[in-house]
Design a protein around this ligand. Structure first.
Ligand SMILES: NC(=O)c1ccc[n+]([C@@H]2O[C@H](COP(=O)([O-])OP(=O)(O)OC[C@H]3O[C@@H](n4cnc5c(N)ncnc54)[C@H](O)[C@@H]3O)[C@@H](O)[C@H]2O)c1
Length: 272
């Protein structure tokens, strides 16, 4: 893997070469944002492991892509299954890149319910478990595996991108659990970059606004108009391909580290 390659004309020779011979894992790789990322990284020449619970979708994607793509049924709350997925990634190339893009259970509830009862703790704990603990679980295991590899001439061994949400900054009413989890991912970004600097591993995060994932296909015109009304420009949902493009940029640019990139058309969530 070459280091950032500045040509004699003073431009970065951005090329798939950064990814040459390398492999990646994408947690949630069968989902809306994850699958777009798997496709993008695969198209750029990486070997990619689709690490997801969703067997049918994951296998279909791996078949579609063919060589250099493998589905491994993975539960991000289970270290053993992550390790199996990481081993599969190492079998596809030099394992250097991790993208953490899984979703899952998220409770929606006010802290004090309309009937005066307090929010259910179990829902909060489960949401943190999948979105924050699951993220840390993949981060720590992927980073240890990347750290065991050999560095590029620049000293870089690899790069990891996590996924937060703009709700991690501007949580809406009822989103306490999801917002706390995503704010946790935002906070984790800089400290992870600092921790892993010694290992030559960069860590960045994408914080998307509302994206046009398959689940959005069914929401109807009225809801879509409501969702896009707060986006200054462009007045539409973000595309999974735009998320994947941001991920590829963060994985590749060697001076980007410890950064949280909002991808939201300048949207700021209102309280509700
Ligand atoms: N779509 C959006 O508008 C949006 C906005 C902001 C942030 N995000 C974040 O982006 C990430 C991906 O969102 P998405 O819209 O692509 O979701 P999605 O539901 O389309 O995909 C999530 C994927 O994660 C997988 N998954 C669930 N539990 C898992 C587990 N325990 N282990 C491994 N995989 C598991 C699911 O099977 C699914 O394939 C999430 O973290 C989400 O919070 C999404």
């Amino acid at each position: 893997m070459p280091s950032t390659n500045i040509t004699d004309k003073g431009v970065i020779a951005v090329t798939a070469a950064h990814f040459d011979g390398a492999s990646a894992i994408v947690s949630g790789g069968a989902g809306g944002l994850g699958a777009a990322t798997v496709r993008r990284l695969h198209a750029e020449g990486l070997g990619v492991v689709i690490a997801d619970l969703a067997t049918d979708q994951g296998e279909a994607l791996s078949h579609e892509l063919g060589e250099r793509a493998t589905f491994v049924r993975t539960d991000v709350t289970d270290p053993e299954s992550i390790t199996t997925a990481l081993d599969a990634a190492a079998a596809l190339g030099d394992f250097r890149f991790g993208v953490i893009a899984h979703g899952g259970f998220g409770v929606l509830q006010r802290i004090v319910q309309r009937d005066g009862s307090p929010a259910d703790l179990d829902g909060f704990v489960k949401t943190i478990d999948i979105y924050l603990n699951g993220t840390f679980n993949v981060l720590r295991l992927a980073a240890a595996k990347i750290a065991a590899g050999s560095p590029a001439p620049s000293g870089e061994r690899g790069s990891i991108v996590m996924t937060a949400s703009i709700a991690g900054y501007e949580g809406q009413i009822g989103q306490a659990a999801y917002t706390a989890a995503k704010a946790g991912v935002i906070g984790l970004t800089l400290v992870a970059a600092r921790d892993l600097g010694a290992n030559g591993i960069r860590v960045n995060t994408v914080a998307p606004g509302t994206m046009k994932t398959p689940i959005m296909e069914s929401v109807g015109e009225d809801m879509l108009a409501k969702l896009t009304s707060g986006v200054p420009f462009p007045k539409r949902l973000g595309l999974p391909e735009e998320y994947a493009d941001a991920v590829a940029f963060l994985l590749r640019n060697e001076y980007l580290n410890g950064e949280v990139l909002r991808l939201d058309g300048a949207q700021r969530f209102a309280p509700k």
